[in-house]
Ligand binder design. Structure first.
Ligand SMILES: [Zn+2]
Length: 301
């Protein structure tokens, strides 16, 4: 029986190599439900969801990690975020340019990440509950998100890292390996041998294995001679953090003049959450209260 909607951390005894393995099913379906993109784009959307969960777990902090890329390609934007409680959500949007409208499922299913997004960069944002927000930027030059993330780890931590992401319409997940600085093994040749072996074995992992076997079974199959030890799993689920208060906050940020202009044009300001499609609507009463200070400020922050 396969593991679903969980991430496991693992280590290999007597080496400095650590790993993560995750599989998403319900989380993937629910996150994609409100995205009106061609089915052939669900796998790349899945890669972003898995990537956000992996990084959030690897970087271990309390707060939100997001992966985002916007460009002038046929896909104008993809983003996914995950927090330390295992809540995941994402958005994928097609470009409205006429030039891209004739593209079909066949194109989307074969396109590389740069072909989908155009010339752009991946922005990795680490937004801790306490402390400074941090952003890392990696140019999207590699064909896949997995390769971009390997590039990010090489650039930011100088640690050899391997990322495999797998995704189809219904499932997504991944396998992550990283060689940490010398602690248990100090002999360089031995360290290199461990890393080369782990890396080569991980590369044999297939999508079918990840989506049909339990994580324990799969790791045993891949790394049977390496004494792999799994830690307790962490549950992952689709959960949106939108709320009326957050929408009002966004309106406040737009400014009084702009918001009254919108109200004059539409009578009711309607905002549908792009992650979960929850509809929000605000009338004159709400807008007056927002800008006349009648709204409880504490609710807004
Ligand atoms: Zn929402």
């Amino acid at each position: 029986m396969s593991d679903q909607d969980v991430i496991h951390r693992f280590i290999f005894d007597n080496t400095d190599i650590r790993g993560e393995i995750l599989s998403l099913h319900k989380t993937k379906l629910e996150s994609g439900e409100n995205q009106s993109t061609p089915k052939a784009l669900l796998p790349v959307f899945g890669d972003f969801l898995s990537g956000a969960c992996l990084l959030s777990e690897v970087l271990k902090f309390e707060g939100i990690l997001s992966l985002q890329a916007s460009g002038d390609g046929p896909v104008s934007m993809i983003m996914a975020e995950a927090n330390n409680q295992g809540h995941v959500r994402g958005i994928i949007k097609l470009s409205e340019e006429d030039a891209h409208k004739a593209l079909d499922e066949d194109f989307f299913s074969k396109a590389t990440l740069p072909e989908l997004l155009g010339k752009t960069s991946l922005i990795i944002t680490i937004d801790p509950d306490k402390g400074q927000r941090y952003q890392g930027i990696v140019p999207i030059e590699e064909p896949s998100l997995a390769k971009c993330l390997e590039h990010y780890f090489y650039q930011s931590e100088q640690l050899p890292t391997q990322v495999h992401l797998f995704s189809n319409e219904e499932h997504c997940g991944g396998l992550f390996l990283q060689c940490l600085p010398a602690q248990l093994v100090t002999d360089n040749d031995e360290r290199e041998k461990h890393w080369d072996t782990a890396r080569a074995l991980a590369s044999t992992c297939t999508e079918e294995e990840l989506f049909t076997l339990s994580h324990q079974e799969l790791l045993l199959r891949l790394f049977h001679d390496m004494q792999c030890r799994l830690f307790e799993p962490k549950a992952l689920s689709f959960k949106c953090s939108c709320s009326e208060a957050r929408c009002l906050n966004a309106l406040k940020a737009l400014g009084q003049q702009e918001v009254y202009k919108l109200l004059a044009e539409h009578d009711l300001i309607q905002m549908d959450c792009q992650f979960c499609a929850t509809p929000y609507a605000f009338g004159k009463e709400n807008v007056d209260a927002l800008f006349n200070g009648d709204t409880d400020e504490s609710v807004l922050h």
